[in-house]
Write a new protein. Structure first.
Length: 131
């Protein structure tokens, strides 16, 4: 898909810079979407091995094969927190939520949403000599 969006992000450091909190939001308008699907099943081949086989397409899902220009809404939201444990060590977490609204006919609509959550521990290799 091709999407256009403008967003806003904000960083806040409440306690002399040891903690950084971040939040951002970017709503998007999808101007082109290509949707397709494939269905698979696990079957036994002639030698008895389990293999993945593509299943035939289902006529009821024909609207999924649509390729057209249309306007659909979506967006990305992010939140993060980073804690400076010492002058060398940092720890944090980041979460990102993505939403896409795909519609290919009057009778079919699919929301695709995804949530990613990451945590990290980092080590600063170079010290800031300006302090």
């Amino acid at each position: 898909s091709v999407a256009l969006g403008v967003g806003y992000g904000y960083n806040w450091t409440p306690n002399e810079g040891r903690l950084l909190l971040h939040a951002s939001l970017r709503p998007t308008v999808n101007v082109f979407t290509r949707m397709d699907y494939k269905a698979y099943d696990w079957v036994h081949d002639a030698e008895g091995n389990v293999v993945r086989q593509e299943m035939p397409r289902i006529n009821e899902l024909a609207p999924l094969y649509d390729h057209k220009m249309k306007l659909d809404l979506g967006g990305v939201a992010r939140v993060a927190a980073v804690w400076s444990i010492t002058d060398q060590w940092v720890a944090g977490a980041h979460a990102e939520y993505t939403l896409r609204d795909n519609r290919n006919s009057r009778n079919y609509r699919m929301y695709n949403s995804r949530l990613h959550v990451n945590a990290f521990l980092g080590l600063r290799l170079l010290r800031d000599r300006r302090r």
